[in-house]
Write a protein that binds this ligand. Structure first.
Ligand code: HEC
Length: 179
């Protein structure tokens, strides 16, 4: 067989495979409750990575990890972030469970291995086509860096601190729109 014929055949087979996969996707629908396929997951994580400019990726947290600064981030997180991420960062909340992409477990390696700058950029700009809002309009630069400090602290948070955070959570009836 001529080489160009082989190329055509391979391209044709690929087109059929992609069309088939697309058909399956459309048939199944796109519920946010379903677990995404490996292909979908790879596409989403790659797009996420490309979305953070390299200048940000190299940024280091300029705020010292003092108890006071971590507590500042903790208080802020309980008020603004816990409705989706929960105080312990697990993402097990009513909102969190209903999202796709879901809020990841912020204590896990996938988040902790991200650089300070990547976390900062995500909080500042949000994540497009997801439930993660951009906070640059409402948060000062030091507030955002304190949140990054707190995310780093999450894996070692104590039950006493989690209990204290409950007191800072937004009270849904009294203050519904404020996170
Ligand atoms: C309305 C729901 C919602 C709120 C409020 C929210 N987030 Fe998120 N967050 C998400 C979702 C959904 C994702 C997953 C986005 C994705 O992976 O595409 C996410 C992702 C993130 C990530 C990326 C983690 C990773 O490993 O990539 C960080 C960091 C984060 N959020 C921090 C925060 C902080 C800090 C706040 C509060 C200032 C906050 N979020 C408030 C829904 C929310």
């Amino acid at each position: 067989m001529k080489p160009w014929k082989v190329v055509c055949l391979v391209l044709f087979a690929l087109a059929v495979a992609v069309a088939g996969y697309g058909l399956i996707l459309v048939r199944h629908g796109f519920s946010a409750l379903a677990t995404p396929s490996a292909v979908e997951e790879l596409a989403a994580t790659t797009a996420r990575k490309l979305a953070v400019p390299s200048a940000y990726r190299q940024l280091r947290n300029p705020i010292t990890p003092s108890t006071e600064n971590i507590r500042g981030g903790m208080e802020h997180f309980a008020y603004h972030c816990s409705p989706c991420h929960s105080n312990d960062g697990s993402g097990h909340t009513v909102f969190g469970r209903g999202f796709y992409p879901k809020p990841p477990d912020l204590r896990a390696a996938a988040t902790q291995n991200k650089s300070d700058g990547e976390l900062y950029y995500t909080i500042d700009n949000g994540v497009r086509l997801s439930g993660m809002p951009a906070f640059s309009g409402t948060h000062t630069v030091p507030q955002t860096w304190r949140l990054v400090l707190f995310i780093r602290y999450l894996p070692q948070i104590t039950p006493e601190e989690l209990n204290e955070m409950k007191g800072w959570d937004p009270k849904s009836d009294a203050d519904p729109a404020h996170f």
